[in-house]
Design a protein around this ligand. Structure first.
Ligand SMILES: [Cu+2]
Length: 116
């Protein structure tokens, strides 16, 4: 019995290490999280391994805003989408979900502000 916790801990460490190196991660996204921009930006995400972006949503203070995907459902290392023209000033949030190259579901979010 005394060995069981140690073995469990070792297994957890191995699992965590394997997972960290296996799935696609976001290297960068545009705009940067928390950025203030002058006008509606191109939204882009770079991944270190191909990611199939299944869903992406742009909201302004909780209200959905139209966003046109420039990238389809294929796995990519760079994903792009363009907001509808004429986005007004305010705080925007991007939420996305995807499928990593290793089959793990991934998700992320970031925000930006369009200046007055
Ligand atoms: Cu993974």
């Amino acid at each position: 019995m005394i060995f069981r916790p140690a073995l469990a801990a070792a297994a957890l460490v191995l699992f965590a290490a394997g997972d960290a190196t296996a799935h696609s991660k976001t290297d960068a996204h545009t705009p940067a999280d928390g950025a203030t921009v002058a006008e509606a930006p191109l939204i882009a995400m770079d991944f270190d391994a191909p990611m199939r972006v299944i869903a992406i949503e742009l909201t302004r203070e909780g209200d959905a805003v139209e966003l046109e995907r420039a990238t389809g459902m294929e796995p990519v290392t760079r994903f792009e989408a363009a907001p509808a023209e004429g986005l007004g000033p305010g705080a925007y949030r991007v939420d996305w979900r995807g499928m990593s190259a290793d089959g793990h579901p991934m998700q992320g979010e970031f925000g930006f502000t369009i200046a007055e």
